[in-house]
Design a protein around this ligand. Structure first.
Ligand code: IPM
Ligand code: MG
Length: 372
């Protein structure tokens, strides 16, 4: 029987709640599609840090590398100063595992309430490919005269041809199995040096994909076009910081942070990819069962696609979309069911194969590109 080894990092706040739901769905998928997983719990997060002072260590990196995939919940806690866990765990993992891109689908499933008036599922089906290893996220920055009126801070952005090219190439490959359209999102009119490099990469890589149509949108304009006319986008490729920002906006279109999923992909097979819902640890609602597990379940679906379990991936996507469509509202108390109940409903739908197949399953497109 096929077996996959998975490191599970539930993390903080609602992380363990949504991860628990996703694992129940994984159990059902294994049973239905005939594979097994070996799971190792990794205790990274606020508790572990406060008890041991440990963030991601070299030894953990070595152990994590032995797994086929990492399933991540959420990290961050008001008990730890901002940035410590985010940089020391999430960003450290993305870098250590060379997860070259962060794949963030923006798809509105039928029946899911969106705050954007008049938006329909047909008009909202795009994928944002966010460069995941550099940009403003890796420049260390420096400061002088801190805590005086002359406080001066410098924070630059790193852009290498190597990392930009691998992200852009992935985006083109994805566009070529989708609707054949790639949009570069940047700010080339102001960030002229980084912008020139990104544009040159797109121009060069684009010649290898003559069937994909390429265009360009400034990041500020993107924030206007996305909610108003998302149908003009198929695959959007962008840098780390712009990608962070526009994917929160993308999450709103598809029904909120609770339903948005992501995959941090290592594009070779040297280290595992990592799959996480876009939302954070939401300490304000932790422990109440109010967190929507859909983002975690759709991230699980992406993980299954990456592991070569394309049918299971599509089934988890369909089941999640089906259960989401039944919810009266998707936020806080009004969700209509607890995190665990929703997880069970999705698991049942996977087990029974009762959810109608999602048309043009993103998960199967991703599986094609990721296994290529
Ligand atoms: C995300 C998050 C992270 C990021 C934080 C938690 C470091 O906002 O995954 O989008 O900025 O990448
Ligand atoms: Mg973010």
């Amino acid at each position: 029987m096929r077996s996959h080894s998975i490191a599970v990092l539930p993390g903080d706040g609602v992380g363990p709640e949504v991860t628990g739901a996703a694992l129940e769905v994984l159990d059902a998928a294994q049973e239905a599609f005939g594979f097994t997983t070996e799971r190792t719990d990794v205790p990274l997060g606020a508790d572990h840090y406060l008890q041991t002072g440990e963030l991601l260590t070299a030894e953990m990196v070595t152990r994590l590398r032995e797994h086929d995939a990492i399933l991540f919940g959420a990290i961050g806690s008001p008990r730890v100063p901002p940035g410590v866990l985010e940089r020391g765990v999430i960003l450290a993992l993305r870098g250590a595992m060379q997860q070259a891109i962060n794949l963030r689908p923006v798809r509105l499933y039928p029946g899911v309430p969106t705050p954007i008036a008049g938006l329909t599922p047909q008009r909202c089906d795009l994928v944002i490919v966010r460069e995941n290893t550099e940009g403003a996220y890796v420049a260390q920055g420096s400061a002088v005269h801190r805590d005086t009126p002359a406080w001066t801070a410098v924070q630059e952005s790193v852009n290498t041809w190597y990392a930009v090219e691998r992200a852009v190439d992935f985006a083109y490959r994805l566009a070529s199995v989708r609707r054949g359209r790639l949009t570069l999102c940047h700010k080339t009119n102001v960030l002229v040096e980084a912008g020139a490099l990104w544009s040159a990469v797109v121009e060069e890589v684009g010649t290898r994909y003559p069937d994909v149509e390429t265009d360009y949108v400034h990041v500020d304009a993107m924030c206007m076009h996305l909610p108003v006319s998302p149908e003009r986008f198929d695959v959007v490729v962008t840098d780390n910081l712009f990608g962070d920002i526009v994917t929160d906006l993308g999450a709103v279109l598809q029904g909120g942070l609770g339903v948005a999923a992501s995959g941090n992909l290592n594009l070779g097979s040297q280290a595992p990819s990592m799959f996480e819902p876009i939302h954070g640890s939401a300490p304000d609602i932790a422990g109440r069962g109010w967190a929507n597990p859909a983002g975690a379940c759709l991230s699980l679906a992406m993980m299954l696609g990456d592991l070569g379990e394309g049918e299971a991936a599509a089934a988890v996507e369909s089941a999640t979309a089906h259960v989401l469509a039944d919810l009266p509202a998707l936020a806080g108390e009004g969700m209509g069911a607890s995190t665990a109940e929703l997880g069970s409903r999705i698991a049942t739908a996977v087990g029974e194969g009762s959810a109608p197949a999602v048309e043009g399953s993103l998960m199967s497109q991703l599986a094609q590109v990721m296994s290529a």
